[in-house]
Design a binder for this molecule. Sequence first.
Ligand code: FAD
Length: 429
Amino acid sequence: MGWDFSTDPEFQDTLDWIDAFVEREVEALDLVYRCAGDPWDPASPARVAMRPLQAQVKDRGLWACHLGPELGGQGFGQLKLALMNEVLGRSRFAPSVFGCQAPDTGNAEILARYGTEAQKARYLQPLLDGEIASCFSMTEPQAGADPGEFTCRATRTEDGWRIDGEKWFASHASFSEFIIVMAVTNPDVVIHQGASMFLVERNTPGLEVLRDVTVGPAPALDGGVHGYLRFTDCRVPPSSLLGDEGRGFDVAQSRLGGGRIHHAMRTVAVLQKCLDMMCERAQSRRTRGQLLGDLQLTQQKIADAYTRITQFRLHLLYAAWLLDRDGSYTRPVRREISAIKAAMPEVLKDVVYPALHLHGSLGMSNETPLMNFWQMVPEMGIVDGPTEVHQVAVAKSILRERSGTKGTFPSYHVPARTEAAKLKLGVTG
Ligand SMILES: Cc1cc2nc3c(=O)[nH]c(=O)nc-3n(C[C@H](O)[C@H](O)[C@H](O)COP(=O)(O)OP(=O)(O)OC[C@H]3O[C@@H](n4cnc5c(N)ncnc54)[C@H](O)[C@@H]3O)c2cc1C
C-alpha cells in the first residue's frame, strides 16, 4: 500500500539524541546570547560557546544534514530533515550548531549547483565548515514580490561588471563574507531572462551598508541584521558571475524552494512549543477554584491548536516526502510548498495567539518566548514572498489541471445527471 506514518527506530534514536542535546546544551545559548545576529555572526561572543557543541554534532555525523554526501552531509533527504527541524526549530541557535542555518544553507546549495570550481573553493568550503556567514540579496526598497520592478543594474565593463542600485532587507549583509546579489543585466527583455546573480565580497569598494534594519518595534539601529545596501560604481570581476548571464531566476528559484520548506519545518517546532506551554499553563494556573484546563473554553483552545498543528505538520511531511520522491522542485512539489508557505502565518496566528492569551500578562511580557513567536505571524507572511503570491501560485496550478464547461449549467447540475443516471439504469418516469 505504501502509506506509512512511522519513523524507523534507528532514526528515532537519532531524533531522541538531538532532542536531548538541544534541550540540555543548546537552549542555554538562546538564554544568554540575545543579540539579533548572534547565531550567525562569526564575530559574536557566542562563537566560543558554539564550537564544542558543533564538534559534538560533527562527531555524531549530524553536521549539515541538508547536504548530499559529496559535500560532506548525510544526504538525509527532506523527510528526515523535516523531522530533525521539528526539534531544531525550538532553539534560535540549534540550526547554527547543526550547520543548517538559513540563509547559508540555501546559499551553499546554489554555490554547489551553479558555482565554478574556483567559486566553490573560495566561498563554499568555508561556508560549509561554518567559518563564514553569507547573504542573499534580491529585494529592493521599491520592489520585493514583483521582481519586474527591480532596478539594481549590472553593466559590463572592459574588465568585468559594474553594479549600481540599492538592495533592502539583505539579512546578515553586515557580517557576511560575501553577498549573492541579483542585478538586472539586460533591461530590454523580461526580468526572468534579464537578471543575473553576482558574488560580491563584503568589502568591495562601492558597496555600502546604509543601515541595518530591525524587525519589530525595537528602536531603529538597535541590533538589526537586515542590511539596506547601496551599490555605487561597484566593480566586480567576471569571475563573480554566479551561473549564466540572464539566468539569475533559475539560481534564485532553486534556492527559495528549500528555504521555504525549511522555514515551515522549524515553524512546526514553534507550534509544538506553544502547545506544550499552553498545556503546562492549563494544568498549573487556577481560577475560581479550578485549573484553567478544567474549563471547556480552555479545552477548546487546546483541541483547536492540536488539530491545526497536526494538519499543518502532515501537509509539510507530505511535501517533504513528495520532494524526496520526485528528487527536484517539480510542479506538484512547488504547489505544496506554496500552499504550506501561505498557511504558515495563519497556523501561527491560530496557535500562538491562544497560547499567549492563556498566559495573560505573562504572555504579553518579555519573560516567555511567546511575544517573539507572535512576531513570526506577520514575518512568515512576508519573508520569501507574500502570502498572496503563493496563494496565486497554488490556485493557478490547480486551475491548470481543470477546465470549464461550455453549457449553460455546470457538469454537476443534478437534473441532467439524474436523467443520464436513469438512462443508464433503465429507469423510466
Ligand atoms: C525577516 C525578513 C528577512 C528577509 N530577508 C531577506 C533576504 O535575506 N534577502 C532578500 O532579498 N529579501 C529578504 N526579505 C525581503 C522579503 O523577501 C520581501 O519582503 C518579500 O519578498 C516581499 O517584498 P516587499 O517587502 O517589497 O513587499 P511588496 O512586494 O511591496 O508586497 C507588499 C504587499 O503587497 C501585496 N502584494 C504584493 N504582491 C501581490 C500580488 N501579486 N497579489 C496580491 N497582493 C500582492 C501583499 O499584501 C504584500 O504583502 C526579508 C524579509 C523579512 C521580513
